[in-house]
Design a binder for this molecule. Structure first.
Ligand code: FES
Length: 167
């Protein structure tokens, strides 16, 4: 199937298909760059996930088995096949952050937003999830929101001040 045959159906609009084509072309359809391709695609989809239609489209465009696409999605914590939210809050659960207080940080986020890990707020605005180290150990405890790191979050007030930036 070529790129025009699936355009205009469901979530895979013509506009989204064009964006996906642009991303795949940017990576020169290199299957060894599949993680980066899927991350970039996920970034342009509302609620930041890879819908089934999109996974199938990428599979066809890149001539990669659909099962391999899902292997990658399930292996990488930063990828999701279920809708998340406008703002994806990632909380590191690696050793350094455990030592520096990621549990308190998690409790503060849960208290402010009323969600636990793997949940979205009712308005679909925030999603909370654990992830492996994202390289912010020097400013731990830290969170990452839509890819942006916020560190030194040692009080509930500091967490709230960060969350208030994402309305
Ligand atoms: S250990 Fe948490 S960001 Fe590195």
């Amino acid at each position: 199937m070529n790129s025009t045959e699936t355009k205009g159906f469901g979530i895979l609009t013509k506009d989204l298909a064009t964006k996906i084509d642009t991303i795949i072309n940017y990576y020169q359809s290199d299957s060894t760059k599949l993680v980066g391709i899927l991350l970039d695609i996920q970034d342009v989809i509302p609620k930041q996930y890879i819908p089934r239609e999109v996974a199938s489209y990428v599979s066809e465009r890149m001539n990669i088995p659909l099962s391999k696409i899902y292997d990658v999605i399930s292996f990488y914590a930063a990828l999701s096949d279920v809708p998340r939210a406008d703002y994806v809050i990632q909380l590191c659960d690696s050793v350094v952050c455990k030592v520096t207080g990621n549990t308190d940080l998690r409790d503060a986020i849960s208290s402010i937003l009323g969600i636990n890990e793997g949940e979205a707020t009712a308005d679909g605005k925030y999603w909370l999830e654990y992830t492996p180290c994202f390289g912010a150990c020097d400013v731990s405890p830290a969170i990452r929101i839509n890819g942006k790191v916020h560190g030194y979050l040692t009080s509930k007030d500091s967490v709230k001040a960060v969350l208030d930036q994402y309305q």
